[in-house]
Design a protein around this ligand. Structure first.
Ligand SMILES: Cc1cc2nc3c(=O)[nH]c(=O)nc-3n(C[C@H](O)[C@H](O)[C@H](O)COP(=O)(O)O)c2cc1C
Length: 144
């Protein structure tokens, strides 16, 4: 190896869109997000359902902290609630500048435990139980 790679880090959060977002608007935003993410080596996944976001962003810690600070200030959503913010051994979404799934468009319906994750008032989240539900959700959605 010619150089040591910087440690990897990820953030997983949920938030509420300020207004419902149309599929076309989401796709247009995604295009911008991916261009930026690609330029700074950020990968991840974004899920949207009924006005709720769940996002995973992963990459070098400084890049992730920088993007997350911007995301937390973004006026498109509110109640940004951090679920995980920690070093990781490897990327889970290395192939995607930002994978995207609009669950409102899924004909197959929501996976097990799904409504529980998204339709929860963040102030009511029991943080001890919640992360394991999110991990189960990501495992089911992405085969993680
Ligand atoms: C749910 C959600 C997810 C976002 N994800 C990303 C992302 O993955 N990459 C990105 O560059 N911006 C993302 N943004 C947009 C940022 O909040 C911010 O608008 C963007 O980085 C541009 O910021 P700037 O104009 O200050 O550079 C996201 C915004 C929202 C609401």
């Amino acid at each position: 190896m010619s150089h040591a790679s910087s440690p990897l880090f990820h953030v997983i959060y949920i938030s509420h869109a300020v207004a419902p977002m149309s599929p076309a608007v989401l796709v247009a935003l995604l295009e911008k997000y991916r261009t930026f993410n690609h330029s700074v080596g950020i990968t991840g996944a974004l899920f949207y359902h009924d006005g709720y976001f769940l996002q995973v962003i992963e990459g070098e810690e400084a890049a992730i902290r920088g993007l997350y600070a911007k995301i937390q200030r973004d006026q498109l959503h509110r109640t940004v609630t951090t679920l995980f913010e920690e070093p990781i051994q490897k990327r889970e979404f290395s192939k995607w500048s930002m994978a995207f799934r609009n669950l409102d468009l899924d004909a197959s319906g929501a996976p097990e435990g799904f409504e529980e994750i998204f339709n929860m008032d963040p102030s009511q989240i029991e943080l001890k139980r919640y992360p394991s539900k999110v991990r189960a959700f990501l495992a089911e959605m992405c085969g993680l």
